[in-house]
Design a protein around this ligand. Structure first.
Ligand code: HPA
Ligand code: ZN
Length: 324
């Protein structure tokens, strides 16, 4: 089964590029940029990755991103992830980036997007991997900051397919960003948003109603509202589920208790994704294997996750046909 999973073509739709920063690269960039990090070795960094909820992860994750300074740093980060995509037979990937994590530290928007897109272009020509870029607003920051970030993105509209919403879900409900999402849609961006990871099913409902999203990122708490589950199945609203992330952040106690297979069998457009693989202990193949080890799944069901991801993706129609 592991060999089948390894070879299975994959499409990733929920991946934070800052979450692919492996401890070894963190050390290399810290040295290159003369930044002191509070760890003695890459292993000490790994040992510190013990999370009890989303916030305990976010605190460490934003700290890790401090080593990213130059355009080359963002290129190296993105390129390392794309090489992992090649290894895992990921043919297409849609990548989140969090500009506010960097602009807040005085790093120019252009530096961030320049390094990322240079790597994406190189992956297209050298590895045959296609991609899209999604700009996320940090929901713990205010609406005004999101509007300023949207303004910064305007000159790069041709490089960004959609806007998204990530960071602390509890205390920062979707309605806080209804106006900025409306403005983003009017400017031609598609929209997606994290919802129903730690927050209640109501957040998923409100995210669909108020933010006009094409996909829900996570969404696993939908099961708390049976009518919502039915609506998600009927509308084929995609959920970009991240199994290893959900275990690491204690959304579920064990992979056996994870509801992804229940959702697949209920006819929802669920997909498997890695979220922040450097922090959660696994890339795409690892996530598929972890689900398959905990749940009896047929090869057809495993392939259905990829078919769902193709359906849910922002791939242009010619490439979509080539992949299906
Ligand atoms: N949830 C919210 N914010 C995030 C995540 C996540 O899983 N990963 C990176 N930022
Ligand atoms: Zn995420």
């Amino acid at each position: 089964m592991n060999e089948f999973i390894q070879g299975l073509p994959k499409v990733e739709l929920h991946l934070h590029i800052e979450g692919t920063l492996e401890p070894e690269l963190m050390f290399e960039l810290a040295e290159r940029n003369n930044i002191v990090i509070p760890f003695a070795s890459p292993q000490a960094v790994r040992d510190a990755y013990q999370f009890h909820n989303l916030q305990s992860f976010l605190d460490i994750y934003y700290q890790g991103a401090n080593v990213l300074i130059t355009e080359q740093d963002f290129f190296d980060l993105t390129w390392a992830y794309l090489l992992r995509c090649k290894q895992d037979n990921v043919l297409h990937t849609e990548i989140f980036f969090d500009p506010q994590t960097h602009t807040e530290r005085g790093i120019a928007f252009d530096t961030v997007i320049g390094g990322i897109t240079r790597a994406l272009e190189q992956a297209n020509t050298q590895l045959g991997i296609t991609s899209q870029l999604i700009m996320c607003f940090l929901r713990h920051l205010d609406e005004d900051d999101a509007f300023k970030t949207l303004a910064l993105a305007m000159p790069y509209k041709d490089k960004i397919i959609a806007v998204g919403l990530d960071s602390s879900e509890l205390g920062h409900p979707p309605e806080k960003f209804a106006r900025v999402f409306r403005a983003a849609k009017e400017a031609g961006f598609l929209t997606v948003s994290h919802a129903g990871e730690e927050g209640p099913a109501q957040n998923i409902h409100d995210t669909i109603e108020l933010l006009g999203v094409s996909r829900i990122d996570h969404g696993v708490r939908c099961v708390e509202d049976k009518a919502l589950v039915q609506q998600l199945a009927e509308s084929r609203m995609p959920l970009t589920v991240c199994p290893l992330s959900n275990i690491k952040l204690k959304v579920f106690d064990t992979m056996r208790q994870h509801n992804i297979v229940e959702l697949l069998e209920a006819g929802l457009c669920v997909t498997i994704n890695s979220d922040d693989p450097a922090y959660f202990g696994g890339y795409m193949t690892d996530n598929f294997v972890a689900v398959a080890n905990a749940h009896p799944l047929t090869p057809a069901q495993l392939a259905q996750f990829t078919l769902n991801a193709i359906e849910a993706s922002f791939i242009d129609s010619a490439r979509k046909e080539a992949l299906t």
